[in-house]
Write a protein that binds this ligand. Structure first.
Ligand code: ADP
Length: 178
């Protein structure tokens, strides 16, 4: 499984699954969530509503992930995950790591080969970018596919130059010869 970095807009990625930094309500929000719903169109919200009406009446807890269509985006699926809000007084790293692990498990269930992630929790939820990048890279490297092993690429799609550079630094210790 390759880890790649791109600076750009996740809604434009031609991948099997795009991960959304959603909120627990699954009813849409700002940041990357708003961009994904705008780009994908109303079908995504329709499926989110159906999830609320059936399997997730209380919404999606932080650290978990669930899939819908990607609507009109070039991707096939959106995997919605809910990051933890950053707290300086409480260590919520394991919840953020769980976002990546659960999203990759869902991707595997979908037989997805290429999955794109944004920097979950590093926007409105306030997680410092260097730490968010470190947790993203480490939890992805730690993920061992359970069964089918269809995953071939995890692509981090970073909106800003700063975010891209933080992820590049987080990858550095692992970028030596294979
Ligand atoms: P959270 O609430 O989990 O912090 P945000 O959407 O506020 O989620 O931010 C997560 C990250 O996604 C931020 O680094 C933000 O700059 C980035 N982001 C916002 N829009 C896009 C986009 N279209 N593509 C990729 N990343 C995006």
């Amino acid at each position: 499984m390759d880890i790649t970095l791109v600076q750009g807009d996740i809604t434009e990625q031609r991948v099997d699954a795009v991960v959304n930094a959603a909120n627990s309500s699954l009813m849409g929000g700002g940041g990357v969530d708003g961009a994904i719903h705008r780009a994908g169109g109303p079908e995504i919200l329709r499926e989110c509503r159906r999830l609320r009406d059936t399997s997730h009446p209380d919404g999606l807890p932080a650290g978990d992930a669930v899939a819908t269509t990607a609507g009109r985006m070039p991707a096939t699926w959106v995997i919605h995950t809910v990051g933890p809000v950053y707290s300086a007084s409480e260590d919520r790293s394991s919840t953020l790591a769980s976002c990546y692990r659960r999203s990759l498990e869902v991707a595997e269930e979908l037989n997805a080969a290429v999955v794109a992630f944004p920097a979950v929790s590093a926007g409105v939820y306030g997680w410092p970018m260097d730490s968010a990048a470190d947790i993203a890279v480490r939890s992805t490297l730690a993920f061992s596919p359970a069964s089918s092993n269809t995953l071939s690429e995890v692509r981090f799609v970073l909106f800003s130059r700063d975010a891209y550079e933080a992820f590049a630094r987080a990858l550095e210790p692992n970028s030596g010869p294979a």
